[in-house]
Design a protein around this ligand. Structure first.
Ligand code: B1H
Length: 825
């Protein structure tokens, strides 16, 4: 057996000696203390909570790595077809709690750390979030790799190891999340690949090959993050790449006394992967970003191909062993990189290489917003990746020839479909390249996938090339971990924990909506979660909120299309109503706590203004004696996965009010629904499927439909009516803002002007409908039993929105891969 060196029995005994039984509290304590004394070189007397967290994390990591080793060696021997999920963002959040839950060792670790003198919850709070992402797209990747491991699907994730994420309004300094040792990543200094930028290309006569040389080279070095599945030995791997200089430290410069020069090449290279671009749904054509994308894609492909080459099979069988899922267009250059490696380095003929490549890649689109679609200025692209541009020209020529055959003389169609956009400068359209190079393209919710085919990609892929895979979220983090009491109630009522890997089963609990005792238990849990959030708001922000008020939650990136404004203007409308009401009338007004959380991209001026207005409205409303406890407005700074874990279980209402046709899916709608929040939303993204499953009686739908948006938008621009005519209520709200009710009235002019003028996102057109839906919310709240029924019906109708279902859909309809569980010995 090639996997054995030396004496097999010695190895086996040594590995088994490290084994800790999952219920063995003393055994776990031993491993924690071993890390305290020998890894951290500390003792009981000088161990603070951070140290105790680190030692605990290292002990858990040992458990994960054992399983990781077993998984990789088993899969190496078995050589199943694997999926590689390429995502430039991985919004993982914290790991410790999730890991001990997946290992079924939470109680054991809780007891062991307790016995060592620490409170486990406090240790959990020492961990920094791994925030290698901005919003839904990055968090989706994190949920998917959790499900891949849980479903025993052979697969790895590939990403970039960004050191800092540039953030929005709230944190002025970038967030250096890696300034402490990160116990969850394993540097693999031996796994590295050379990456070239710039340089020149020489054609090789009488072949499609070329030699790309010169320019700059650096190294991509691997860092591995083990990803445990729930209740399985299978442990997936997330491999993150960091840029390093190829020669490292320049000793000659150092010895010559030039210290700066000796480290310059080193820090230049390291800068390539240093920052996470902070945009969400917004393309910013920066050269450094294209460098990041190429480094990540090239390193991942070299890694994947090296693994394949160990099988000693011909290249044309690659698609039987490898499928690469592209999370949006950010990894599209990997299509061209595979072509380049096959043609230039492996001497595979062009047509054969193209046949292989187009059986390996699949592309997920996450947005129809034009400002988010990647298109690289051709001169920038050509300068950085000259050989890749040549290959793109060939791909495009072959593609357009086919189009011309199918639609003779249709030059306009050819112009629309081309991978190269004409103009000065020209652009490389990455979505077109991704579609042409993939065997499957999918959208992320039913409505979104329809819109892709009927609008932005109408011309590009007919037939069976398009499909839908509706997004999902992992119920381990988004229910078991964040809402342990609700999870326990479900387990107790169903009599098993199996729902955690088969979420459909919670639908068996739907009839419990009619059980008064169950409703009581369910409501108590919601109130307890609200109280936990209220405590945090009080201690962190000095704010008191009433747990008997309706907690409405809009938690997502700040973006005009998501319409935090609609919510905010609704709050101002409510405030004006309270101010006008008599004390008698006030008694009838439902109490609201409006919670916002989310970041704005640093350069997104209007989004920053919205945050400013929310914060200033909060300052006035929260301290106005006329308001009393009828209304609170909360903006939570530094939104993160960990903050979401506290907010989501406490929400009564899930606010999902994007302009119809703009939000591809949304995923906070799923997390909030699963935790019993009623949907207050537009007919957009996955809201459509959620409303269908929970039943329209149990949700509050509002606003214009996607099919009508274009006409209303057109009319806003070309047959303009006054705001007063479109919405008298909104006109009154604007007057209050302009009068300086919330301070610096003139500051908000640019924000208000977007709505006065074109109102591209239909805020004024949907405002009346929004207020009407809110009135229904308030009415229902007055009947707590009815409310709880709908809340229960919502939570237990969410069985489809698990990432296990999504990933299974991908495995069946796109990846064609099978589970390959590591045998229990
Ligand atoms: C989503 C993005 C996105 N769609 C470009 N598109 C980015 C686009 O840095 N960039 O250039 C970053 C992010 N993110 C979101 O994906 C959608 O808006 C959500 O509706 C969806 O739920 C989520 C996951 O599919």
């Amino acid at each position: 057996d090639e996997w054995t060196v030396g004496d097999a029995q010695t190895w086996k005994t040594a590995i088994e000696a490290e084994q800790v039984d999952k219920d063995d509290v003393q055994g776990v304590a031993n491993t924690v203390v071993r890390h305290v004394t020998t890894t951290l070189a500390r003792q009981a007397g000088n161990l603070d909570e951070l140290g105790a967290y680190q030692a605990t994390a290292l002990s858990v990591r040992d458990q994960l790595l054992k399983r990781w080793n077993e998984t990789t060696s088993y899969h190496t021997k078995n050589a199943p077809k694997r999926v590689y999920y390429l995502s430039i963002e991985w919004l993982m959040g914290r790991t410790l709690d999730n890991a001990v839950l997946n290992l079924d060792m939470r109680n054991t670790y809780e007891s062991a750390t307790q016995k060592l003198g620490f409170n486990f919850e406090d240790l959990l709070n020492e961990e920094r979030d791994a925030a290698l992402g901005n919003g839904g797209l990055g968090r989706l990747a994190a949920c998917y790799i959790d499900s891949m491991a849980t479903l025993n699907l052979p697969g790895w994730g590939y990403g970039l190891r960004q050191l800092i994420s540039s953030t929005g309004e709230q944190l002025e300094a970038p967030d250096p999340w890696l300034d402490r040792e990160n116990p969850w990543e394993i540097p693999r200094l031996d796994v590295s690949y050379p990456i070239r930028f710039y340089g020149r290309v020489e054609a090789i006569p009488n072949s499609s090959r070329a030699i790309w040389s010169g320019g700059n080279e650096c190294l991509a070095v691997a860092y591995d993050v083990p990803i445990p599945g729930f209740a399985t030995k299978n442990t997936a791997n997330l491999r993150l790449w960091a840029a390093r200089p190829i020669q490292g430290f320049d000793l000659n410069s150092f010895n010559a006394g030039n210290y700066e020069a000796s480290v310059a090449s080193s820090s230049d290279a390291e800068n390539i992967t240093r920052v996470l671009y902070p945009n969400d749904n917004m393309y910013a054509g920066k050269e450094l970003r294209l460098k990041q994308q190429y480094l990540w894609c090239s390193a991942s492909l070299q890694d994947i191909l090296r693994r394949y080459q160990k099988l000693n099979l011909p290249w044309d069988q690659l698609p039987d062993y490898v499928v690469i899922q592209m999370n949006d267009t950010h990894p599209t250059i990997s299509i061209v990189e595979l072509m380049r490696i096959l043609i230039d380095e492996e001497e595979v003929p062009y047509d054969v290489a193209w046949g292989i490549t187009t059986k390996v890649f699949a592309y997920t689109n996450h947005t129809v917003l034009p400002e988010a679609l990647e298109k690289w200025p051709l001169p920038l692209f050509e300068n950085l990746l000259p050989r890749h541009l040549q290959i793109i020209y060939t791909i495009n020529m072959n593609f357009l020839n086919e189009v011309a055959k199918r639609f003779p003389g249709d030059m306009d169609r050819i112009r629309r479909m081309s991978i190269i956009e004409e103009g000065t400068p020209k652009f490389v359209r990455m979505a077109h390249l991704a579609i042409v190079g993939s065997f499957k393209v999918n959208g992320v919710a039913a409505l979104h996938s329809q819109l892709l085919q009927s609008t932005i990609f109408r011309d590009l892929k007919g037939r069976d090339g398009f499909t839908n895979v509706t997004n999902g979220v992992t119920p381990r983090r988004w229910l078991l971990q964040c809402n342990p009491r609700l999870a326990q109630l479900i387990t107790d009522t169903l009599g098993s924990e199996h729902w955690l890997v088969n979420l459909k089963q919670i639908s068996q609990l739907l009839p419990m909506a009619d059980n008064a005792e169950f409703r009581h238990a369910f409501r108590e849990i919601k109130i307890e979660n609200k109280a936990r959030l209220a405590d945090v708001l009080h201690s962190e922000l000095g704010l008191s909120v009433d747990v008997d008020s309706i907690f409405t939650c809009q938690i997502k990136r700040l973006h005009e299309y998501k319409r935090q404004t609609l919510n905010l203007f609704g709050i101002i409308h409510r405030y004006l109503r309270i101010k006008k009401a008599t004390p008698q009338e006030r008694k009838k007004i439902a109490k609201h706590t409006a919670i916002f959380a989310g970041k704005a991209a640093p350069g997104y001026y209007i989004a920053k203004l919205v945050i400013r207005l929310i914060v200033n409205v909060a300052k006035i409303v929260n301290h106005d004696p006329d308001v009393g406890d009828l209304l609170r407005v909360v903006f939570i700074p530094d939104y993160s996965v960990s903050v979401a874990e506290v907010l989501i279980p406490a929400a009564d209402v899930s606010v999902q009010i994007s302009t119809a046709g703009t939000e591809a899916s949304g995923t906070s709608n799923m997390k909030l629904g699963l935790n019993g929040a009623l949907l207050l939303g537009t007919v957009d993204g996955a809201n459509v499927e959620i409303a269908e499953d929970v039943g329209e009686d149990n949700a509050f739908l509002l606003g214009h439909l996607a099919a009508d948006v274009e006409a209303v938008r057109y009319s806003n621009s070309y047959n303009p009516t006054s705001l007063e005519e479109r919405s008298p209520e909104l006109a009154a709200v604007f007057k209050a803002i302009e009068a300086g009710t919330f301070g610096d009235g003139h500051v908000y002019e640019p924000l208000l002007k977007t709505i006065y003028d074109h109102d591209y996102y239909l805020v004024s057109n949907d405002f009346g409908s929004y207020l009407a839906a809110e009135n229904l919310v308030d009415e229902l709240w007055a009947d707590q039993e009815e409310w709880t029924k709908k809340s229960i019906r919502t939570a237990f109708a969410m069985g489809s929105f698990t990432s296990d279902r999504s990933v299974q859909d991908y495995a069946d309809s796109i990846w064609s891969i099978e589970p390959d569980p590591v045998p229990e010995n």
